[in-house]
Ligand binder design. Structure first.
Ligand code: ADP
Ligand code: SR1
Ligand code: MG
Length: 408
C-alpha cells in the first residue's frame, strides 16, 4: 500500500473498506472528525451515526512535526514504534493500554480503542479533579513496564532483541535530546521567543553554567543508559483516565532508556500542575493532593518493582545465590535509590524545558495573566534547579516533597 496523508474525507473512504471496521460498526453509517491536540500527529474519531457511543480512534503520523508545521520534516516511521510499544505494553497490562484493532506501517496508521469515558489528565488536574485510583494504577504500570523489559527480568539475548526492536527510533530520541536537554536552555529559533526576548529569567537560565552542566549529565544518561523499554513521553497529556480507570496512550517516543525517565516525566508534570495551583487557584487542599500523589507514585512504584524483582531469581543481571541475602537486599536498596535519584534529575529537566522551550504546557504557558504566568515560570525554574542540582544525593521521597514545598 502506498502511503497517503489522509484528511477527514479520505479517512472515511480508507477505513470503510477495512474488515475490522465492518465487523465493529456493522452496517452503521459513519462520521469522522479530527480531534488531535497533540504536538505530532493527526487523531480522528470515527463514530456510528446510529449509536455515537460506538466509536474508534484512528491515528496517523504525517511526515512533519505538526506543532511546528510542514517545514519541520519528521519521519512517519515514528508510528512503527508507537505500534510496537502499544503492543508490548498491552501484553503486560491490557487494562491500562488501549486495544489495537488495526495497524498499517505502510500508512503509518493505527486504529485503537476509543477512550470515550476518560479525560486527558492534564486538563482534569487544571480543573482540580481528584483521581482516587491514579497512584495505584500508574505505579503498577511503571513497575510492570520497566521491570519486565529490563535486564532484571529478561535474559541477555531477549534484552538485546528488545534493544534492536526499538533502537531505530532515532528521530524521536533526537527530538528529546534537542528539546528536553538542549534548546530550551539557550537562544534558539524553536523557543517561545516572544517571552524569551529581554526576559531576565531566560537570561539567567541561559547563563547558568552550573545548572546546564548538570543537564548535560542527564542528557548523557538519556543517550547511553539502556535499562528498559520506556514510554519516552509520559506527561499528563499521555494519560487518559477517570475515577475508576487509567490508560496510557501515545508511546511513539518509546526506546530503551533509563529507568528514571518515565517516572521523571510524570513527576515533572504533577509538579507543573502544583505550580499552576500555587499561583492561579491557590487551592492548598488540591496542592496537597498533588504532593501526596507524587509521594504515593514514587513509593508504590518502589514496592511493586521490588516485589516483581524478588520473584525473579535468574535474569541477565543476576543468577540465583550470586549474592548472600543481606548483600542482595542492600544491592537492591541502593539500586532503587539510584532510580529515585535519576527520576528526580529527569523531572528537573522536564520541568525547565517547558518554560521557554518549544511545546509549553497549558497549566503554565496557558496562564492568561502575565504577572501570574511569570510567577509560575520562576517557581518552575526554582524547583527544576533544586531537582537538577541535588538529585544525585537524594535519600528519600520526603526530601523531594520538601524541595517542592520550600521553593514556593
Ligand atoms: P500526538 O502523538 O500528536 O501527541 P496523542 O496520541 O497525544 O497525539 O493524541 C492527541 C489527542 O487525541 C489526545 O490528547 C486525546 O485527546 C485524543 N486521543 C488520542 N488517543 C485517544 C483514544 N484512544 N481515545 C480517545 N481520545 C484519544
Ligand atoms: C516539538 S515536539 C515537542 C514535544 O511534544 C511531545 O509530546 C514531546 O514531549 C516532545 O518533546
Ligand atoms: Mg501526545
Amino acid at each position: 500500500m502506498q502511503y497517503k496523508e489522509l484528511d477527514v474525507d479520505s479517512m472515511l473512504e480508507f477505513i470503510q473498506d477495512l474488515e475490522v471496521i465492518q465487523e465493529y460498526f456493522g452496517s452503521d453509517e459513519l462520521s469522522v472528525a479530527e480531534i488531535g491536540d497533540g504536538n505530532l500527529n493527526y487523531v480522528y474519531i470515527v463514530k456510528s451515526k446510529q449509536d455515537p457511543k460506538k466509536a474508534l480512534i484512528v491515528k496517523q503520523a504525517v511526515e512533519y512535526l505538526r506543532c511546528v508545521g510542514e517545514e519541520y520534516a519528521l519521519s512517519r516511521e515514528r508510528m512503527n514504534f508507537e505500534i510496537r510499544a502499544l503492543k508490548k505494553f498491552y501484553h503486560y497490562l491490557p487494562s491500562f493500554v488501549p486495544k489495537i484493532y488495526f495497524e498499517s506501517e505502510d500508512m503509518s496508521l493505527v486504529i485503537m480503542q476509543y477512550l470515550g469515558d476518560h479525560e486527558i489528565m492534564r486538563k482534569g488536574l487544571i480543573e482540580k479533579t481528584i483521581y482516587p485510583n491514579f497512584s495505584e494504577h500508574i505505579s503498577t504500570y511503571l513497575a510492570f513496564t520497566l521491570f519486565y523489559t529490563s535486564s532484571l527480568y529478561l535474559q541477555s539475548d531477549k534484552k538485546r532483541e528488545l534493544i534492536d526492536e526499538f533502537n531505530k527510533n532515532t528521530q524521536l530520541c533526537k527530538l528529546t535530546e534537542d528539546f528536553v536537554f538542549t534548546t530550551a536552555y539557550m537562544e534558539h529559533d524553536t523557543n517561545d521567543n516572544e517571552n524569551v526576548e529581554s526576559n531576565p529569567d531566560a537570561k539567567k537560565l541561559f547563563e547558568d553554567m552550573e545548572f546546564k552542566s548538570k543537564i548535560l549529565n542527564l542528557k548523557y544518561k538519556f543517550m547511553t543508559q539502556t535499562d528498559c523499554l520506556v514510554h519516552g513521553d509520559l506527561h499528563t497529556g499521555s494519560i487518559m483516565l477517570n475515577q475508576d480507570e487509567t490508560f496510557v496512550i501515545d508511546p511513539e517516543f518509546a526506546f530503551i532508556g533509563p529507568f528514571g525517565f518515565d517516572i521523571g516525566a510524570l513527576v515533572a508534570n504533577l509538579v507543573n500542575s502544583y505550580i499552576h495551583h500555587s499561583v492561579v487557584t491557590k487551592d492548598e487542599e488540591f496542592k496537597n493532593y498533588l504532593l501526596e500523589t507524587i509521594k504515593e507514585v514514587l513509593e508504590l512504584f518502589e514496592v511493586k518493582f521490588l516485589e516483581l524483582w524478588d520473584k525473579q531469581k535468574e535474569s541477565a543481571l543476576l543468577v540465583d545465590d550470586f549474592l548472600d541475602e543481606d548483600s542482595l537486599i542492600s544491592f537492591k536498596s541502593e539500586f532503587m535509590k539510584n532510580i529515585l535519584r535519576d527520576s528526580i534529575g529527569f523531572a528537573g529537566a522536564k520541568i525547565a524545558r517547558r518554560v521557554f522551550g518549544v511545546a509549553g504546557v497549558e497549566e503554565i504557558r496557558g496562564i492568561k495573566d502575565k504577572v501570574l504566568k511569570q510567577k509560575a515560570e520562576v517557581l518552575a525554574l526554582r524547583i527544576s534547579r533544586e531537582f537538577v542540582m541535588k538529585y544525585e544525593n537524594l535519600k528519600n521521597t520526603e526530601e523531594v516533597l520538601e524541595m517542592i514545598k520550600n521553593a514556593g
